[in-house]
Design a protein around this ligand. Structure first.
Ligand SMILES: [Zn+2]
Length: 167
């Protein structure tokens, strides 16, 4: 089935990158003329850098469970499943549960206004048992193989004219 969406694969992407680099006057000024020409002549070096290094390094980072944050572009990360079990120590889990039961049906605003709840939250924040429980829980959580990509603010505006001659 045909759709109207263009698919940009690795080769097309690299081709566009090379065109973009070639059109970059500022970049060309940073090299001596002959060096710049030699650089452009060896497009295969660019292809190799993009393909074997840039893309591979991104893949490896994601494999390791790292998060890729590229300011003004996007953030790519593996999805992390919700931790099972409580992040609080037994004592505080019980206290929170008791508070919840006593305030059943009341909204979040009632929680925020409650002195008892505020005090409890402060206590939990300082509790070393809660802290170690939280770390323990975090260790059991492994990133999934699903990826999320979140775009940065202003991502959906073209800042530069796309390279190549338009259609
Ligand atoms: Zn605690």
């Amino acid at each position: 089935m045909k759709t109207n969406t263009n698919i940009v694969g690795k080769e097309e992407l690299i081709k566009r990158i090379i065109e973009s680099i070639k059109a970059d006057k500022d970049l060309s000024k940073q090299l001596k003329k002959e060096d710049w020409q030699r650089f452009l002549a060896s497009a295969r070096i660019l292809v190799r850098a993009a393909e074997e290094h840039f893309l591979r390094i991104i893949k490896e980072a994601l494999n390791r469970g790292e998060e890729i944050v590229i300011k003004d572009f996007f953030t790519i990360k593996r999805q992390i499943p919700k931790a099972k079990g409580s992040k609080r120590c037994d004592k505080h889990e019980k206290e929170i549960e008791t508070f919840r039961r006593a305030n059943k049906g009341k909204g979040i605003q009632a929680y925020a206004k409650s002195e008892t709840f505020k005090k409890l939250t402060r206590e939990i924040r300082k509790c070393s048992n809660c802290k170690s429980k939280k770390q323990q829980i975090a260790k059991t959580v492994k990133p999934t193989t699903r990826i999320t990509l979140r775009t940065s603010k202003n991502f959906w505006t073209l800042t530069k004219k796309p390279t190549g001659k338009g259609k």
